[in-house]
Design a protein around this ligand. Structure first.
Ligand code: MN
Ligand code: MN
Length: 310
């Protein structure tokens, strides 16, 4: 077993979690990388997201079997968190260039397999189009609600006739028969489309713009999130302000702060059982500073704490 003292040594699994194949998972949560960016409509490169997030996560190497302490000290709560979490890293879903149907099927199968082993899938994107096949992997187990944190609504019906790009992801999920409530938080920008907004609201989706969260606060936004037996959380890194997370394909100014997103995740985890999570749209090639994948890795640890050690 590896004993890696520093972040620049050893094999970079997420936060040093042990590597396991999906069908042999025995854990509370399992990390799955999806290095896919063929759904991007603007600047590609999120296929390098999972590897960059794992690399950055070695700053938070809380789950290895080395000599360090497990979990982390929470300065707010005054206690150590996640000391008991069983986390594994299943590596990446195999992505084959231009094999859209095959790629999506493998994403669905990987999420379904991890879930059938009793673990919560923690999916690293990839562009946002991967959320549709990921959610599809949770079709067994009853109704599901979706909490979507993003600068963008991603509710286009099609772009140039193509219905599976990252701008259509939430629309496709909304059509899945087992998906009930959908809440989109952090929406902003000058490219929001009134027809998409109308279609979302006509379905009953709640849309909470970034400016409303800033004005009324996170607690008021959380009051709009319904309770649910099963919640899937999808976090597009561009929900954060691009000053904090510049490494993403479609940045929009006026985004949420790190603490606002963290508090949202904490509050969402109190609304019910989070049965799946993804973090998408990290593009390390657009961020030579590395702050974007680092922020992503830290947010994933905070999400794990909110869900498994509240
Ligand atoms: Mn998105
Ligand atoms: Mn977005």
């Amino acid at each position: 077993m590896q004993h890696a003292t520093h972040a620049f040594t050893g094999i970079p699994s997420f936060a040093r979690a042990p590597f396991t194949l999906p069908h042999t998972v025995e854990a509370d949560a399992a990390v799955l990388g999806v290095p896919y960016d063929e759904g991007s409509g603007f600047r590609p490169g999120t296929r390098f997201g999972p590897r960059a997030i794992r690399e950055s996560s070695l700053r938070y190497a809380f789950f290895g079997l080395g000599p360090g302490k497990r979990g982390y000290w929470d300065l707010d709560l005054g206690r150590r968190r996640l000391t008991q979490l069983r986390l594994v890293d299943c590596g990446d879903v195999d992505i084959v260039a231009l094999d859209l149907e095959g790629n999506f099927q493998r994403i669905t199968d990987a999420v379904a397999t991890v879930t059938s082993q009793g673990a919560t899938p923690i999916v690293l994107g990839g562009d946002h189009s991967i959320t549709f096949p990921a959610v599809r992997g949770l079709q067994h187990g009853g109704p599901l609600s979706l909490v979507h944190i993003d600068a963008h609504l991603d509710y286009r019906d099609d772009v140039g006739g193509i219905r599976l790009g990252h701008g259509c992801a939430i629309r496709r999920i909304a059509e899945l028969p087992f998906v009930q409530e959908i809440v989109s938080l952090g929406i902003r920008g000058l490219r929001a489309d009134e027809d998409d907004l109308e279609a979302a609201r006509a379905r009953g989706n709640r849309v909470i713009p970034a400016a409303a969260i800033r004005r009324a606060g996170v607690a008021a936004a959380l009051a709009e999130v319904p309770g649910s037996e099963r919640i899937y959380v999808t976090l597009d890194i561009d929900a954060l302000d691009p000053g904090v997370a510049p490494g993403t394909g479609t940045p929009d100014p006026g985004g949420l702060s790190y603490l606002e997103i963290r508090d949202l995740l904490q509050g969402i985890a109190r609304k019910g059982r989070v049965v799946g999570f993804d973090l998408v749209e990290v593009n390390p090639w657009l961020d030579p500073t590395g702050i974007t994948p680092l922020t992503a890795a830290q947010l994933i640890v905070e999400l794990l704490a909110s869900v498994f050690d509240p």
